[in-house]
Design a protein around this ligand. Structure first.
Ligand code: SF4
Length: 244
């Protein structure tokens, strides 16, 4: 089963990084690489769609909005190299889902355990606002990732866009809830075999203003751990699990 699952996720990752379905986002992700801010001048950007990554045996999945133009779009790994990621991976480390508190580049030694991280949209959008047609173009990748994570039961949605995208992906898998549950911090919804768990996004705006605090993220991941059934299964603790 693990080999099959790994190959499903690898195929999804391959299809993601070669995708050019949304002309506006292709132009934006490549333009960001051509015109980096001064702090990233001289950096070689990924400038392609950013795949999900993590433990193929994960019981917990994190869904974000999209890569940041000078974060994931630069480093090639979601939530890596930007302020949101600084907050997120520090929280994941405290919760025991990550082996280190920072995520700065592919190949930096980060390993995720019992956790997979992805996004609704895989290309950096202007103003962090993908259009609905771009979301719909990209949604099949999330559906396939859910299918490729047979042990996933908890979907942590960072922000309302991710909450909506996760519900759309679950609907594609035949899991619907009516009326649709409302997003909120620590909001929960049981949809088919999955439990959706809402969290405010650790965006720079939210963390600067105190709308999101470290304690609030800790509460989310402690709850995710409980919903998943406690500590990660021992077989998930393998060398190299979720490394990218
Ligand atoms: S947003 Fe998704 S569907 Fe659109 S080009 Fe990027 S990877 Fe492809």
């Amino acid at each position: 089963m693990d080999v099959i699952t790994d190959s499903v996720l690898e195929q999804v990752a391959h299809d993601v990084v070669t995708c050019r379905r949304c002309p506006r986002l292709v132009e934006w992700r490549e333009e960001a690489a051509r015109r980096p801010p001064r702090r990233f001048a001289g950096c070689t950007y990924w400038a392609r769609p950013v795949p999900g990554f993590g433990d193929p045996r994960a019981r917990v999945m994190i869904v974000g909005l999209a890569p940041a133009a000078h974060g994931g779009n630069r480093t090639g790994r979601i939530f890596t190299g930007d302020r949101s990621g600084d907050w997120l991976f520090a929280a994941l480390y405290r919760a025991g889902f990550a082996n280190q508190p920072t995520s700065v580049a592919r190949g930096d030694g980060l390993q995720l355990r019992d956790l997979y991280v992805t996004a609704v949209v895989r290309c950096a959008p202007p103003g962090n606002r993908p259009r609905s047609d771009e979301r719909d173009n990209c949604l099949p990748f999330l559906v396939r990732e859910l299918s490729g994570l047979p042990q996933a039961r908890v979907v942590v949605c960072l922000g309302a866009f991710a909450w909506d995208g996760a519900m759309r992906a679950l609907a594609e898998l035949g899991h619907r809830m009516s009326p649709r549950p409302r997003f909120g911090h620590l909001a929960e919804a049981e949809i088919g075999p999955y439990r959706l768990l809402g969290s405010y996004h650790p965006s720079q705006q939210n963390t600067f203003t105190g709308k999101v605090t470290a304690a609030m993220l800790d509460a989310v991941f402690a709850r995710a751990r409980r919903l998943a059934g406690g500590q990660a299964p021992i077989e998930s603790d393998c060398p190299g699990a979720g490394r990218t």
